[in-house]
Each structure stands twice: as C-alpha cells, then as structure tokens.
Design a protein around this ligand. Structure first.
Ligand code: PGA
Length: 238
C-alpha cells in the first residue's frame, strides 16, 4: 500500500504559494520518493494555479471540502466535478473543523459519494473529542462516525483518523493509542483502504507515527505550510 503524505493548508496562503510544489520537488525530488504519494490541499482559489506546478512535480492536489450536488443554486459552494476541472485528484471531507461548524455524518457520506462519482478520492475524516477519549468512548465514537460517513462503495477512499484534541494543539496521540485506533479502523474498513493519522504531525514525531502498524500516511496541518517541514515528514515515510 502506498503511503500518502497529505498537506491540509486550511485557510492559509496566497497565490504566490502556487509554486510550493516546485519548491517541494527541489527538496525531495520525485525520483527519490517513488514509493509514496504527496498531496497538497490548498484553499480553493489556489487549486487550479497549484495543479500545473504540482503535476510537473509529481504532487497531487486536493480540495478541502466539496458539495454533495454536481451544480445548482448553492452560493459559495464548490462541487467535486469543479475540483476535478481545476486539476484536483482528492478532496478532504468531514474535517473536524467543518463538523464543528455543523457538518453531519450524513452530509459527509453524500460528499464522499459525490467525490467518487466525479473521479476524486475522498479523504474521510473521523476522530473523537477529548472528553470522549477520557470517558473511554473513542472507539465507539469513531466506529459510529465511520459507518455513517463512509459511502457505499469503499473501493477508492482514504480514511483519516484525527483526534480533535490533537489538532493544532501540539498534543500527539501516543503510538499505542494510534496503533489501537488504527487497528480498530482497519477491522472496519478492510485491508485496502489507506488510513492516515492526523493531529500535530511534525518532522520530530513523523517517523514513530508513520512506522506504526496500519498507519498508511499522515494528514498534516501546521507543519505542512513550510515545504522544508513537509519534505522532512515525507522523508520519514521512505
Ligand atoms: P495539525 O492539523 O497538523 O495542525 O494538527 C491537522 C489537520 O487538521 O488536518
């Protein structure tokens, strides 16, 4: 299974960041990373501009969200098909920052199916809040999220486990917590789905995380904004 190193830029950057895939390629040339996939998910206005440079650098591009419909009267929204037309290959769906703003499992499932129909690989995010983990309910919570958020066809999906309390906080789940949760998710999704870990992944902890069983890559926020740090994390996957 190919490791996927996925950068989630969230709401950071500007048009000048469209050259970052070229910078990344200079730090870690494509010929030296044949066994792993690199993905950058920039803010929407930069997807198209990034995708040309990304293709030349052997880097995939993705959206951070999509709508469940192909087109229509949905002001401010973007469809999976539009992302494809802008050069995207993947889309993140159900990130906890969007779930916190009201996105439900049912929404996430529809978005994931729409992504698949358009030819995108959806990265379906799941993860528990701190109080859920502290009361011992993490697996039950993640299991319920997964079964309600995954589309019927699980052929071409990626799942990202991102404990909410580890996102942007500098707190990383322990290797044993990651290992337990990823084994639990593996049992639910089968052998062929890539399972990413996300939550304060940095160059300093990437090797331990990426060497954990059933961890098939990482979804990286803060540490993905600088190409030096994204390249260091990627090297840990080689
Ligand atoms: P972080 O974000 O790496 O900054 O914790 C991860 C994410 O939200 O995908």
């Amino acid at each position: 299974m190919r490791t996927l190193i996925a950068a989630n830029w969230k709401m950071h950057g500007d048009m000048s960041w469209a050259t970052k895939p070229t910078d990344f390629d200079a730090l870690l040339p494509a010929k030296d990373r044949l066994s792993i996939d690199i993905l950058i998910c920039p803010p929407l206005p930069f997807v198209a501009a990034l995708s040309g440079n990304a293709k030349a650098a052997n880097v995939f591009v993705g959206g951070q969200n999509c709508h469940a419909q192909i087109s229509g009267a949905h002001t401010g929204e973007v469809s999976a098909k539009m992302l494809v037309s802008a050069g995207a290959d993947y889309v993140i769906v159900g990130h906890s920052e969007r779930r916190a703003a009201g996105e439900t499992d049912a929404d996430v499932r529809l978005k994931a199916a729409a992504a698949q129909n358009a030819g995108l690989v959806p990265i379906i995010c799941v993860g528990e809040a701190l109080e859920v983990r502290e009361t011992g309910g993490a697996e039950e919570h993640v299991g319920a999220q997964l079964s309600a958020s995954m589309p019927e066809d699980t052929q071409n999906i990626v799942v990202a486990y991102e404990p909410i309390w580890a996102i942007g906080t500098g707190k990383v789940a322990s290797v044993s917590d990651i290992s337990d949760m990823h084994a639990f998710i593996r049992a639910a999704v089968g052998p062929n789905v890539r399972i990413l870990y996300g939550g304060s992944v940095k160059p300093v902890n990437a090797k331990d995380i990426l060497n954990t069983e059933n961890v098939n890559g990482a979804l990286i926020g803060g540490a993905s904004l600088e190409m030096e740090s994204l390249a260091e994390i990627s090297k840990a996957a080689l």
